[in-house]
Design a protein. Sequence first.
Length: 224
Amino acid sequence: MKRESFRTNWNPENLSLTEDRALQLGLWPTADADGTPDLGAGALKHFQGAELQRKEKTHFGTYEVVMTAARGDGLISAFFTYTGPYFKDPHDEIDFEFLGRDTTKVWLTRFVDGENLPGRWIDLGFDAADARHIYTLEWLPDRLVWYADQRELMRVTEDEAPIPQTAQRIYFSIWAGGPAQSDWSGNAPDDARGRARVYCVSYRPAGQETSPMCSDEPLPDRIE
């Protein structure tokens, strides 16, 4: 994505803990932004959002997150794994992306060595912004499987397409799409605001059976 087409700066102040110990990622308009593209480091963009990454890399295994997505046209809240040239790696990535224009669906995709392989827009059977749900990624050398509340959403095997092989970092983010992303995410209005919340994250390396996981605990019925 070209930098001038990206409308969101990351601000650590947009990360906070809620009373029920969830990590909240917030997005809102940037004060005094004049609406012009950001063509230089430090220039104001339309929005300030939030991104969090785990310092240590993880690799094959099972990933779980309990979260709620942000609602709103043009808003994107994501749970993903990533590595790339900044880390002196090929660009490998595996994504859960919730598009705020319709939070009854999720966009599932992946990159292998910089190639954006075909993604899918999947019906969840619930609204990801209404209540917390558990999302699971099973990443093994020969397959990727995405789940929501233990229901399989999509499966890709090495016989169908390449599977990411490089160790990556866990990320969470919230950001705002613009004209360059409008066919996918919609175009966030200038006054857009949103929040995503993360209640639990867990990772179990392949071959281990005893590491604690988010799915060990039952989920409450609602966010509030």
